[in-house]
Design a protein around this ligand. Structure first.
Ligand code: SF4
Length: 201
């Protein structure tokens, strides 16, 4: 296991999270599918990691009730249904070496569901999301994930054009809410699956 991933795993466990480590994404998916019962409803956060690994199709094909606004014709209705799902699955924008999950969001549905409203949460994290500390996590979000998401969403923000954040006042700003999860909560059980591959951005 990569040294940084070992440090992150130890820090996350110290912070009360349940952590599993995987060398390959396929093994991670196999384990996740085993852990999720067929009678559980599931919601997905907006996540390029989830899109890349094809988990939605795996769960849907085997019969789980699943909600993902990226796949729905009526995104608002899907978001509403997603609030009541038993299980929430997402990635994180950044994970610090001292075991904190750092995220920014435009709407806030994803970051809220990571710690509230569901019985269980799974966060899938590729090695590219590791950052030294909170400062580096914010820098990663503002200057890597933010601009790429702005381009993907085709919103009217400066970072879409420059690839860099200038803390804009655009109505389209995609990082309006910042959430740092310092410790596992007393609400949903947050499970973190670390993968030794680059996933999403
Ligand atoms: S604050 Fe504005 S410029 Fe900076 S990353 Fe967010 S949307 Fe882009």
């Amino acid at each position: 296991m990569d040294n940084k991933l070992i440090l992150a795993k130890e820090a996350l466990e110290k912070n009360g999270f349940k952590v599993m480590f995987f060398d390959e994404v396929d093994k991670m998916k196999e384990t996740l599918l085993e852990k999720i019962e067929l009678d559980k409803s599931i919601a997905f956060g907006g996540s390029m990691t989830l899109k890349e690994i094809g988990l939605y199709k795996d769960l849907k094909d085997r019969g789980n009730e699943i909600y993902w606004h990226w796949k729905a014709k009526d995104g608002q209705a899907e978001l509403k249904a997603a609030r009541d799902a038993d299980i929430y699955i997402s990635s994180t924008n950044a994970l610090t070496l001292d075991g904190k999950l750092v995220n920014m969001d435009g709407v806030g549905n994803r970051v809220a569901s990571m710690f509230y409203g569901h019985e269980r949460v799974y966060i899938i994290v590729g090695r590219n999301k590791l950052t030294k500390d909170l400062k580096e996590a914010r820098d990663r979000i503002k200057n890597i994930a933010g601009p790429k998401n702005a381009q993907r969403l085709d919103v009217d923000t400066p970072c879409k054009f420059t690839g860099k954040c200038n803390d804009c006042d655009s109505p389209d700003r995609i990082c309006k809410v910042e959430v740092i999860i310092h410790k596992n909560t007393t609400g949903p059980n947050i499970n973190i699956f670390l993968v030794n591959e680059d996933l999403g951005y």
